[in-house]
Design a protein around this ligand. Structure first.
Ligand code: TXA
Ligand code: MG
Length: 345
């Protein structure tokens, strides 16, 4: 795998049907020519992703919607004009230039014009659509740096365009405009409120919505067990986790006082609290590692995935994560934390 900022080298890989990881403002993507079945098929193979899970097609600024979709509604034009380039994916009816492997066999396609300058240079120089999911193995935490991509995919990717850390940090918001009234399929980098100001109220995805891997409970999960709770529940959740981890060893009565102290210290290192820095003061001392995120929602989103990766690298077993308020980017951060936590036991 080569890595750098050589757009010509990256385009040559795409033209040869290979895989290029590239930065976007949300997360790094694992890209291939969206018009070629064989190229898109490589993405599924490398990610270990089920072939029915559709990929997003990335386009250069100025691309025409009707080149990639059919029956484009006026609302899509309005939304694209207002939101692109930016962290928004619009689902439309698939145009013939998009290969069926890219859409997982679906007659709809997700389109997005990313805001990152290197992504735009790549897309403009390539001239076509680039199909790309997040550049991680299926089910893992999305990469927000070139180092994350290299660590996850290694030589399975032909070239990594290195654009530094991603600015937004969570994936794009997905809005379905292929079925009439707009439906929010996934909260993400563009807040719901900003989209509703342009196209009116968004319906929430229901059972009738197309299968999306982002809707699987185990998605976006680190190795550690994540427990997502309201901020006031954090101290009790830490106590419960400490009791649970501590009780897996010998019973208390069989251990000396010094042994109990050592055990408490060990347990403490295996639990982390992921929360805005300003929240810790209210809780007092916690029997856990503190993993502070910035206090603003944009900072939380930007730092979230790297923090989960760092906690895995430390070998933490349990992450107690404080849910942010569900406004603005808080909706996407809360969604990813809940998915990382999986179904509540
Ligand atoms: O920010 C992002 O969206 C990043 C960057 C690389 O652009 N990409 C990303 O891709 O998150 P991925 O594959 O990890 O997630 C794409 C989501 C999936 O949940 C997929 O099912 C949904 O988009 N999707 C794509 N095309 C669709 C379609 N035609 N209908 C319904 N859902 C679709
Ligand atoms: Mg993904």
């Amino acid at each position: 795998m080569k890595r750098g900022t050589d757009i010509d080298a990256a385009v040559a890989v795409l033209r040869a049907g290979g895989l290029v990881a590239f930065p976007t403002e949300t997360v790094y993507g694992l890209g291939a020519d969206a018009s070629r079945d064989d190229a898109a098929a490589k993405i599924f193979a490398v990610k270990g992703r089920p072939r029915a899970h559709p990929l997003i097609v990335h386009l250069a600024p100025g691309a025409r919607l009707e080149d990639w979709a059919i029956d484009v509604p006026e609302s899509a034009r309005t939304l694209a004009a207002a939101a692109w380039p930016g962290p928004l994916t619009i689902i439309l009816k698939r145009g013939p230039r998009v290969s069926l492997a890219t859409t997982g066999g679906a007659e709809t396609v997700g389109l997005r014009v990313p805001a990152h300058p290197l992504a735009q240079q790549l897309l403009a120089a390539f001239g076509g659509g680039v199909a790309a999911p997040s550049a991680n193995r299926f089910g893992a935490v999305s990469p927000t740096t070139a180092e994350h991509v290299a660590a996850d995919l290694g030589d399975d990717v032909d070239y990594i365009l290195d654009g530094g850390p991603c600015d937004v940090g969570v994936e794009s918001t997905i809005v379905d405009l292929s079925r009439g009234a707009p439906v929010l399929l996934r909260p993400g980098g563009m807040p719901r409120e900003a989209i509703e100001a342009i196209v009116g109220p968004l319906a929430d995805a229901d059972a009738g919505a197309p299968a999306a891997p982002g809707t699987l409970a185990s998605h976006y999960a680190p190795k550690a067990e994540v427990i997502a709770v309201e901020p006031h529940e954090v101290p009790a959740a830490v106590m419960a986790a400490a009791t649970e981890l501590g009780s897996r060893g010998e019973p208390d009565a069989a251990v000396s006082p010094a042994g109990r102290m050592r055990r408490a210290t060990l347990v403490r290192e295996r639990i982390a609290v992921l929360a805005p820095a300003g929240a810790f003061a209210a809780w007092g001392p916690l029997a856990a590692r503190a993993c502070p995120l910035p206090d603003d929602l944009a900072g939380m989103a930007r730092g979230l995935y790297a923090a989960l990766r760092d906690l895995d690298a430390l070998g933490v077993d349990v992450v107690i994560a404080a849910l942010p308020p569900a406004v603005g980017l808080g909706e996407a951060v809360g969604d990813r934390l809940r998915r990382a936590a999986g179904p509540r036991k």
